[in-house]
Structures are given as C-alpha cells and as structure tokens.
Design a protein around this ligand. Structure first.
Ligand code: FA5
Length: 357
C-alpha cells in the first residue's frame, strides 16, 4: 500500500467515525462496566493479605485501572467531562470503601485465627514454680549470729585474703613457730594468704577500738586439709571475742553453755579438754554431742586471750582480760541436722539441699 493509499484509508476511517464526544463517554462507561464485572469475579478471591495487595495495585494503585480512567477523560467532550468524572469517582469511592471493608474483615479473621491458636486453656493445671530457699549453711550461720547478737555481741568482718602479720605475728605466731605449719596454707604472694581461720579479725578490731569489746566474726576460711567427713579445704568459722575487766574462763564456759542450749535445746552434752593455741592461755578444745547423737564432734578451739596479743595491740594486759573462740559452722550444721559428711555442703546436690526448705 502506497503512502497516499494509507492516508486515504485513515481519512475514510475518520469520516465514518461517530462523533468524538459520544464515543468517548460510552467507551468510558463500557470500561467502567468491564471493571465492575471483573470486580465481581475478584471479590470472592480476596482471602488473604497477598491477594488484597495485588487487588489494590491492580485497581486502585497509582497506575491501577481506576486511576487510569481519569486520564482517559481527555477523550470525552468538555460538556460531558463532568458527568464522566462523576462516574469514575463514584466507582472509585465504591471500590475503595468495599476494599477497606475487605481489609478490615481479613484482619479480623487473621486475629480470630491467631487467638484460636494462641488460646489459653484456663482449665489446665499450671506449672508450679519451685521456690528457692536458704542453704543449710546460711540458715545455721544466721541462727548463730542471731543468738550472739541477742547476748549483746556485734558482728565484725575481715578480709579473706589476709596478711601474714594478722594471720600469724599479731596472734603470737612468729615465723619459726611450729604452730604456723598447721595454718601455713594457700599463699597469694610473698606476704598474703587465704586466711586459715577468722582469728585475724580479732586483731583488726582490737587495733581500732578500745575495751570493752564484744564481737563475733563469721566468715570463710581455707586450709590445705585433706578432705574427709569432717574436713573441707573451704569451710566457715564464727570467731568470738570478749575483752573487758575481770573476765575468766568461767565466763567463757557460761557464754558457751547459754549459746549451745539456745542452739540445740535440751539434751546436748559439752566436753572441754586442754589444747594449745599461741594466742590463748589457757587454751581449750570444745566437743559437743548433739541430742540423740552417738559421737562427739570437735566444734571449736577457745581460750583466754594471751597477754602477748593484748599488749601487741596496745592494751593494758594487767587491766583487761578476755576470751575468744573459733567455732566451725559446718560442724554445727552437721550436728543440728544429723549430716554425716561435710562434703554435702559443697557438692550442691539438689536432693540434699531441698531437704532444708
Ligand atoms: C582455730 O582455727 C582457732 N583460730 C580457734 C580459736 C579462736 C582458738 C580463738 C582460740 C581462740 P581450729 O584449727 O581448732 O582452731 O579450728 C576451729 C574449728 O574450725 C574446728 O573445731 C572445726 O570446727 C573448724 N574447722 C577447722 N578446720 C576445718 C576444716 N578443714 N573443715 C571444717 N571445719 C574445720
């Protein structure tokens, strides 16, 4: 076909064309009807958020079929353009409202679904949380503290890493003293070690206060003792110190009897035997037989504070006397509860610990 022939064809087509305005509006109406038919088919398929989003993009999105209709209004005669605009707008409002209703319905359905899967069945028995409780050592330590506090003793503490001076020299144990071997244990460096007993706290307190002194010092101690049923390399002591004028061994015995009776109730037995500690003179060892028990248990070392220790901290040893003891807390707990082996306290077997809740 020549160029002229094709131009003639175009002109012929234009000649037979129905007036532009009528065709523009009716075409638009047809397109609106087509969209409405398509919508009828699409609505039932909108069951999830993905299909809803695809629908929104196709019909209402920036390049969607309904916004595109507005662009086609240019082909409608100016007089009818208002009418066309109203038709498209009505369609857009209708579809937007229906679409938002669908979205709300879909979200409500999703929430219902979520609730039904997450539902809490209130008739089910709950999971019982086990409540923690104090370790038997803590129970016994607090009880010992409470008894002595009731008698008027204050609680003092000192460092677990202690200097040789407070561990030994200030307690009348010079470097070459044979007693040092018993406690010469875990060194941190040349001059400091893990304390083997709580007695150094006595000296720290006396250095900073004047008599009368009435204190107890609970705390952890460390020794290179071989483990057995009554020995552990880590254990606890409660130290007691009472310095005043006119105190004697009889006072020590009385305080111990008051304490032991309060702790065990009636039926215990107590045995004093001679012992040696460089920082007490005389020194004793105390054994206790708990109510109903068969065996004696060595519980503490004790004695009248050696005058050398008193003068060492600047006290007048002619004027003041006093007594001290160091009590093993694990052993008191063993007697109280009938525990046969000290290692139970460190193993942390729940079957053991739960018996003390
Ligand atoms: C002392 O430690 C002295 N400082 C006690 C003292 C204080 C005497 C004040 C005089 C004046 P001894 O080494 O005996 O003494 O220990 C005292 C108590 O600590 C023992 O009777 C025991 O109950 C406890 N104990 C000692 N070593 C261990 C250990 N390895 N495991 C568990 N308990 C222990």
């Amino acid at each position: 076909m020549s160029l002229n022939q094709s131009k003639a064809l175009v002109n012929a087509k234009n000649d037979s064309y129905t007036p532009r305005t009528m065709t523009g509006l009716s075409q638009l109406q047809q397109q609106i009807e087509q969209i409405e038919r398509d919508l009828e088919a699409r609505w039932p398929q909108l069951t999830d958020s993905a299909s809803l989003e695809a629908f929104r993009v196709e019909f209402l999105g920036r390049k969607g079929r309904i916004p595109l209709l507005f662009k086609k209004m240019g082909s409608v005669d100016a007089e009818l353009r208002g009418q066309a605009g109203q038709l498209i707008n009505a369609l857009k409002v209708r579809v937007t409202e229906d679409f938002e209703t669908r979205i709300a319905e879909q979200q409500a359905a999703a929430r219902r679904q979520q609730l039904s899967t997450d539902a809490v069945d209130l008739s089910l028995p709950g999971t019982r949380r086990s409540r923690g409780h104090l370790h038997p050592m803590t129970i016994v330590q607090r009880e010992i503290e409470a008894i002595f506090m009731k008698m008027g003793f204050d609680v003092a503490t000192g460092p677990e890493i202690e200097t040789e001076y407070y561990n030994f020299e200030a307690l009348n144990i010079p470097a070459d003293h044979p007693a040092r071997g018993d406690w010469d244990t875990f060194y941190i460096d040349e001059k400091r070690l893990l304390r083997p007993h709580t007695s150094p706290v006595q000296v720290r307190v006396m250095e900073t206060s004047e008599p009368p002194i009435r204190i107890i010092c609970p705390g952890r101690c460390y020794r290179r003792d071989t483990q057995d049923a009554t020995h552990s390399p880590v254990f606890h002591q409660v130290e007691l110190l009472w310095i005043e004028e006119g105190l004697s061994l009889a006072h020590l015995k009385y305080v111990l009897e008051l304490f032991t009776e309060e702790f065990f109730g009636e039926g215990y037995e107590m045995l004093f035997s001679g012992d040696f500690f460089p920082f007490t003179e005389p020194s004793v060892q105390v054994h206790i037989k708990a109510p109903g028990a068969e065996n004696w248990m060595e519980i503490m070392g004790a004695g009248m504070v050696d005058p050398a220790v008193l003068t060492g901290v600047g006290y007048d040893a002619e004027k003041y006397t006093g007594f001290a003891f160091g009590l093993g807390i694990e052993r008191m707990a063993m007697l109280r509860y009938g525990i046969d082996d000290i290692r139970h306290f460190l193993i942390n077997d729940l079957r053991f610990i739960k018996q003390f809740s």
